[in-house]
Write a protein that binds this ligand. Structure first.
Ligand code: GDP
Ligand code: MG
Length: 194
């Protein structure tokens, strides 16, 4: 994928305000702090287009980034952060539910899991939810730069074993710190967009 232009379009609290230009969308979902925003920045070779945060659970908005005037990458609010109260979790679920069910331009969801200890139960909940809604799902394991070879093999086995019962693409293993896996991820995103 050749990136000619990428632009932050806005943060939206609900479905009624979303951009109306009917471009296809790829959404990025995962637990708070898993590396969603970092990955979007890495994909677009931008430093801080998607906002990287050290205070998980603070970005409860749908963040839209337009690429090449051709499609959107959507940074979804993170889930599964332990300190977030129940009411907040419920709000997350309702918002994402609306988004997933009522986004005619959504072509697929990149489901991010932490390569060090994922998938978490909340990750598997999302993956099975996407399967139910028949939304294509690409599993991406993040932060592989933090693993040594042995840990990488363990991670790969664990992730493969847990997701094999779901109809997902991947897993791909990536690092926003060193760019590992970026090319493969763009290839998979292109496939989802086609
Ligand atoms: N070592 C390493 N750190 C990462 C990577 N991706 C994200 N991080 C760090 O993880 C933290 C959370 O990242 P962020 O992108 O804000 O996660 P988000 O909450 O899912 O959007 C930040 O401190 C990032 O610098 C990666 O691939 N490798
Ligand atoms: Mg983020």
């Amino acid at each position: 994928m050749k990136i000619k232009e990428s632009k932050f379009i806005g943060s939206f609290a609900n479905n009624t305000q979303l951009p109306k230009d009917r471009l296809p969308e790829i959404a990025f979902a995962g637990r708070s702090n898993v590396g969603k925003s970092s990955l979007i920045n890495t994909l677009l070779a931008r430093k801080n287009l998607a906002r990287i945060s050290n205070t998980p659970g603070k970005t409860q908005l749908l963040n839209y980034i337009r690429v090449n005037d051709a499609f959107y990458l959507v940074d979804l609010p993170g889930y599964g952060f332990a300190k977030v109260p129940k009411s907040e979790k419920r709000r997350w679920r309702l918002m994402i539910d609306d988004y997933l069910k009522e986004s005619p331009y959504l072509r697929g969801v990149v489901s991010l899991i932490d390569s060090r200890h994922g998938p978490a139960n909340s990750d598997l909940e999302l993956i099975s939810w996407l399967a139910e809604l028949e939304i294509p799902c690409l599993v991406v394991a993040t932060k592989v730069d933090k693993l040594n070879r042995k840990q990488f093999n363990e991670s790969q086995n664990r992730i493969l074993q847990t997701i094999e019962r779901f109809p997902v693409h991947g897993p791909l293993f990536i690092s926003s710190a060193n760019g590992q896996g970026k090319k493969e991820l763009w290839q998979s995103i292109s496939n989802l967009l086609e």
